[in-house]
Design a protein around this ligand. Structure first.
Ligand code: G6P
Length: 587
């Protein structure tokens, strides 16, 4: 949520910043802006809407120091006025986060000041201007010490050729380029410019000039922070021959599965040590990551016979969770940044539990809060809707559940090793277009399933509603008759996932219930004879035979393609659904 980029070097800043913002647009696309310093003057452009809206004016900006922002609106509606950067006097800044006490600070220190936006962020720049005493770092510290909430800030001043970066509870990285230094919310903004990055810690201050970077801790003492390899590759950010990242990333599902199981061996022994004496497991996450946690719960209970729960991270934190020394909390997050998930991990550790992070982001805050990390090797995921990271998470959680059950990964990897090829077959599967057409014309789509298929049904529903805006629900097939059936009529569509041979008969009852209420039905299944039984009455997507616990890797591809194709039929942009952002770093 909100992407920030800063540059200080020998090149023209706005061009570099513009490209960086394009790479960070998945963090928010309500407005965009860039400001540069040149000869003691700050020039800026900012506009509501996508980053592309500022392209022409950004090209005209000249200066070697600059900052940029792409916004996901929290305080203040999306508008030109509320777009960042915000300025006051000599200072201009971009902000990612939420300042909870901005009203209080306004009333206390900024009475009579004229504000040009409704944002909490403008308060920060006004305070910098008010308290500036010639010592920039001391001033930034004084002001940030007053702030309650979360922030990553990049600040410029008309008088100087430098940037100041600081953060608390929102991500900020520094990048070391050949002809300048960079600041950003996330590594993709620096792909192709910086081979090395430093991840700032909460309370750090970094002073960037064209020639160097100095980092100070929260007491303004100089510190050395590790330089890490920037794993974001420019090539991985290219669309190639795909019209959208969503399609590109669904096509990368097989590679995500394969890379994730190949990477597991490097962490297995550490995981085994952490798992010693585990008696209970809680899997937590938000959105798609929570949905993969639901599958993990089933894996852990089936393979290890250990009680396991799946909890939405934002709920887990506020329900007085029972955590003891023998509880393992598995925190699942593509970005490793989601505020609720990171805070849930912190809480679990503070209560004596052990935390295993399952994440696609090796340098993220979540990895710092965890006792061990299981890597998801999905690669950069740009589309706001998670696809290849979901299947990567399922792969990682399958391996982890096997380890919890005391099963060596060799056997689990052997079972997984056929899955990339089967996922590839799913990418070619016929019949999705017809179902997408049904969904696009429907009043609502109900994804139904039992057991593990129900977990995928929830993800199918989430995917469809977020990218197509078609109202959708995921429901246990057996519960249909207890309420949701009332919604079935000629305009309703049920997508029923049936991969469990033993439960197939019961799930087919749900199909008949929908058909008898004149609803339309699509079935995603590997069960023998189902096509024949439903011939002429329902659309059937046949998935290949596979290990029964691994079918979510295949049904996931089907529901992801369905969501994508439905979005296209309705002329939605699947990569940037309205109102959403990929990484939600506020609570
Ligand atoms: C946002 C995204 C979802 C994602 C969720 C959790 O809501 O739009 O696609 O599943 O955050 O993100 P995480 O990075 O923690 O997996």
């Amino acid at each position: 949520m909100c992407g920030i980029v800063g540059y200080c070097g020998k090149r023209n800043a706005s061009e570099i910043i513009y490209k960086g913002l394009k790479q960070l647009e998945y963090r928010g696309y309500d407005s965009a802006g860039i400001a540069v310093v040149s000869d003691g003057t700050v020039s800026a452009v900012k506009k509501q809407g996508r980053v592309a809206n500022i392209e022409a004016e950004a090209k005209a900006l000249r200066g070697n120091v600059g900052i940029g922002h792409t916004r996901w609106a929290t305080h203040g509606k999306p508008s030109d006025e509320n777009a960042h950067p915000h300025s006051s006097g000599k200072f201009t800044l971009v902000h990612n986060g939420i300042i909870e006490n901005y009203d209080e600070l306004k009333a206390r220190y900024l009475c009579g000041e004229k504000f040009s936006s409704d944002t909490d962020s403008e308060v920060i720049v006004k305070l910098l201007d008010k308290f500036y005493n010639g010592d920039i770092l001391a001033t930034v510290k004084k002001v940030t010490d007053m702030l309650k909430g979360s922030y990553a800030l990049v600040i410029i001043c008309a008088d100087f050729d430098w940037l100041v970066v600081t953060k608390r509870a929102n991500p900020a990285i520094i990048g070391y380029g050949e002809d300048g230094n960079f600041a950003a919310s996330d590594a993709p903004a620096l792909a192709g410019y910086c081979k090395e990055i430093t991840v700032l810690q909460d309370g750090d201050f970094a002073l960037l000039t064209a020639d160097g970077v100095s980092i100070f801790d929260c007491n303004l003492q100089g510190v050395i922070r590790e330089r890490l390899i920037n794993l974001a590759e420019p090539a991985s950010l290219e669309l190639g021959d795909c019209p959208y990242y969503m399609l590109k990333e669904i096509r990368e599902v097989p590679a995500s599965v394969e890379r994730t199981y190949l990477a597991y061996v490097s962490v297995e022994s550490r995981i085994k040590r952490i798992l010693k004496d585990v008696k209970r497991v809680i899997v937590t996450g938000c959105g798609t990551a929570y949905n993969s946690g639901l599958i993990a719960k089933r894996y852990i209970e089936c393979f290890a016979s250990i009680p396991a729960e799946a909890e939405i991270a934002g709920e887990f934190r506020y329900k007085n969770p029972i955590i003891t020394g023998d509880t393992i909390v598995i925190a699942v997050s593509q970005s490793g940044e989601t505020a609720d998930t990171v805070e849930a991990a912190k809480l679990a550790r503070s209560m004596g539990g052990k935390v295993i992070a399952v994440t696609n982001a090796p340098y993220s805050e979540l990895t710092r809060q965890a006792d061990a990390v299981v890597p998801v090797e999905a690669g950069s995921e740009i589309c706001v809707a998670a696809t290849k990271s979901y299947t990567g998470q399922i792969t990682a959680l399958y391996l982890l559940a096997n380890t919890i059950a005391g099963i060596n990964s060799t056997e689990a990897v052997r079972r997984l090793s056929v899955m990339p090829e089967l996922c590839n077959k799913m990418l070619e599967c016929k019949g999705i277009d017809a179902i997408a057409d049904m969904c696009a014309r429907s009043s609502g789509v109900y994804f139904l399933g039992r057991d593990i298929d129900y977990a995928v049904a929830l993800e199918g529903s989430l995917k469809l509603k977020e990218v197509s805006y078609v109202p959708s629900e995921g429901y246990p097939a057996g519960e249909l008759k207890h309420g949701t059936l009332a919604l079935m009529d000629i305009k309703a569509v049920a997508v029923v996932i049936i991969t469990n041979e033993q439960l197939a008969g019961k799930s087919e009852n749900a199909v008949e219930q929908v058909l008898s209420r004149r609803g339309k039905v699509a079935v995603i299944s590997n069960v023998d004879g189902i096509e024949k039984r439903l011939q002429g009455r329902a659309e059937v997507i046949k998935i290949p035979e596979c290990d029964k616990y691994l079918s979510p890797l295949l049904t996931a591809v089907a529901v992801q393609l369905l969501a994508y194709k439905t979005a296209l039929l309705l002329e939605r942009d699947p990569d940037k659904p309205r109102n959403l952002a990929k990484s939600v770093t506020v609570e």
